[in-house]
Design a protein around this ligand. Sequence first.
Ligand code: EPS
Length: 370
Amino acid sequence: MNTFGHLFRVTTFGESHGPAIGCVIDGCPPGIAIAAEEFAHDLARRATGKTRHTSARHEADEIEILSGVYQGKTTGTPIALLIRNTDARSKDYDKIAEQFRPGHADYTYWQKYGARDPRGGGRSSARETTMRVAAAVVAKKWLSEKYGVQVRGHLAQIGDVLPASFDWNAVEGNPFFWPDASQVAELENYMDALRKSGDSVGARITVVADNVPPGWGEPIYGKLDGELAAAMMSINAVKGVEVGDGFASVAQKGSEHRDEATREGFLSNHAGGILGGISSGQPVTVSVAFKPTSSLRLPARGLDVHGEEVDIVTTGRHDPCVGIRATPICEAMLALVLMDQALRHRAQCGDVGEVMPRIPGKSSPIKAPK
Ligand code: EPS
């Protein structure tokens, strides 16, 4: 399955070391002004090779719009986007081409298909996430112009390091998307030590969508939170997803968790902006756990395709923490789900209009996550 969404459908294709990666967006409304240059910002936020803390692979990530846009506007027909791979170094994979890296999808792809493209992990590579970010540029633009929806995110934890304070303005000012500028030097030292040790580490990303109108999401199957969980889980290396207070809800009392309301608005947002699978008008808040990457130069015991026990060592240009550049990817999946759900809501309930009373949402939390 390489297609995502119901009315706003995105199909991605391509391998990390193939000639190109791309996507087709079907079901996009006509009339959205979009130019190739508009993709550059988010693609650069996600890209490798920008700092010493991510993979050293340097991809140009230049978008070619092949169809679906005429005279600068979407036409309603399929939008095909293409990015040519320009810096693949496939020889890095010669040694492990017949081995299964412990903790990697190498083994399960082999079991499923009986064949795999080992170069750069082929289709299981994080390179695939480039096209999600590209497709979401269109979704973010439409959501923002049509409804004022703003999607943003930040790194919320790396290893055992937590933000000491929270400031949205700090997030885009450092390569980690970290909300406390005073900790950036500490993070750089942490990452330098990690890289030297040859190991990797996990991370948590939090993404928030402000100004989502109430009513988006389908009851029972197709819940907004259900689709967000599936969307986030479809990102490489994701092992956990929380909506609102998530697993912290387990230890809460009902009197604590329920979001009370006055005429001035909701008093809290433990629910993460979703009640009964439908947006409440509060910020939609999702938190995503990334496992530590599995391509390590530290030897590990494993098997090769012949069933022989081997010591596996991965060389090449790998991310010691893939979470560092995952903020734009999680934002992208949030935007894609919201756009799809917005179109579905419009199709079925467009005539319902604005229902009273509307409870103003609480703005995104400006506090350090616990
Ligand atoms: C990746 C391994 C590295 C990363 C790649 C993701 O690929 P390679 O070994 O070919 O350099 O550089 O990330 C990207 C190229 C990208 O654009 O995100 C992996 O195993 O997932």
